[in-house]
Design a protein around this ligand. Structure first.
Ligand code: ATP
Length: 309
């Protein structure tokens, strides 16, 4: 689970908002807690996206405890402007990998480079400003729908908030709420479904419009139809703007069109390539794909079973 990290980059802005008592003290406390061990080097320069956002893992090893590594000597490159998927069995370290990129934790050995800069050497704020995350479980603030989306970009006008919500397929749902965009959500407001929450999180990140986007099971609570429609929108935005994106997903149908699929198992890269290449390889990815296709067929009528050519 990629918890709590998304609002970290908004922490500065959150303080501003606090004066308007928009946020739980408890939430704020939790946000601060995650962050303490990560230190910025003195006079660290801001991250410069000179190559358009290429991400490189070089022999990265990391564990939450020193003696039990979760990621083991990982090396791979995520090309700038491409859509990359990280797949693999539950618990293999996919969310952990995203947390390292966001510098919620630092690597134990090896390094992570963005456009040739070690992320430990750059100004933390600039790193997090460059990244947008849709985490597995999105924290919602006890605030209006509008503000919850606007955490992505506090200066955005109402029209942009609406545009982001439309692209995330949530605008009509919001309009159906009693007070529309002014409806209070969160623990003390309207309880909304997991799928609605996910779409709010997607709106937030689309409004932020960062150069690097990470999606951690971002559409897992949606029905297949809504998921496909939302993914089509996300894909076209990413392509149009040539954003570097990383998707963690269990449902392989949401990522089979990725430029590169990296398959992890027990903290190591076991395969990488396009869907087609991995299917031809007949390894772990092909196995996972077939298993999911079979399940879908058992579950009911399947519209398009043909594999991508
Ligand atoms: P899933 O697909 O089920 O979300 P994942 O591949 O994303 O799994 P991670 O969430 O990265 O896996 O977790 C990798 C391992 O690290 C798991 O064994 C998990 O229990 C452990 N882990 C995750 N977060 C923490 C943490 N904050 N402290 C200690 N261990 C953790």
């Amino acid at each position: 689970v990629f918890q709590l990290s998304v609002p970290l980059n908004f922490l500065g802005s959150v303080y501003r908002e606090l004066r308007q008592s928009l946020l739980d003290m408890e939430t704020l406390f939790n946000l601060q807690k995650v962050n303490v061990s990560i230190k910025e080097k003195p006079n660290a320069p801001p991250l410069q996206l000179t190559k358009g956002g290429e991400i490189r893992f070089e022999n990265v090893t990391f564990g939450y405890r020193e003696d039990s590594p979760i990621l083991k000597n990982l090396s791979f490159t995520i090309p700038a402007g491409k859509k990359v998927a990280i797949v693999g069995p539950s618990g293999c370290g996919k969310s952990t990998l995203l947390r390292l990129l966001f510098r919620s934790y630092d690597v134990q050995s090896g390094r992570i480079l963005i456009d040739d800069q070690d992320i430990r050497d750059v100004q933390l704020e600039s790193l997090r400003r460059a990244i947008g995350v849709v985490p597995q479980d999105t924290p919602l603030f006890n605030d209006t729908v509008e503000h919850n989306i606007r955490y992505g970009n506090l200066d955005a006008p109402h029209s942009q908030v609406i545009a982001a919500a439309k692209r995330a397929h949530i605008h009509e749902v919001i309009e159906g709420f009693a007070d529309g965009y002014q409806t209070k959500v969160g623990e003390r407001g309207l309880m909304i479904s997991g799928g609605e929450k996910q779409r709010l999180a997607v709106s937030r990140v689309l409004l932020k419009d960062p150069p690097l986007l990470f999606f951690d099971e971002a559409t897992s609570a949606l029905d297949t139809h809504t998921e496909q429609a939302l993914m089509a929108n996300i894909n076209s935005i990413l392509r149009e703007k040539a954003r570097t994106s990383v998707f963690v997903a269990h449902r392989l149908r949401t990522i089979y069109d990725a430029d590169l699929i990296i398959v992890l198992k027990e903290g190591r890269v076991v395969e990488q390539g396009s869907h087609r290449e991995l299917m031809e390889r007949a390894g772990l990815y092909a196995e996972l794909w077939m298993a999911q296709e079979m399940l879908m067929q058992e579950d009911g009528p399947l519209k398009e079973t043909k594999e991508e050519g």
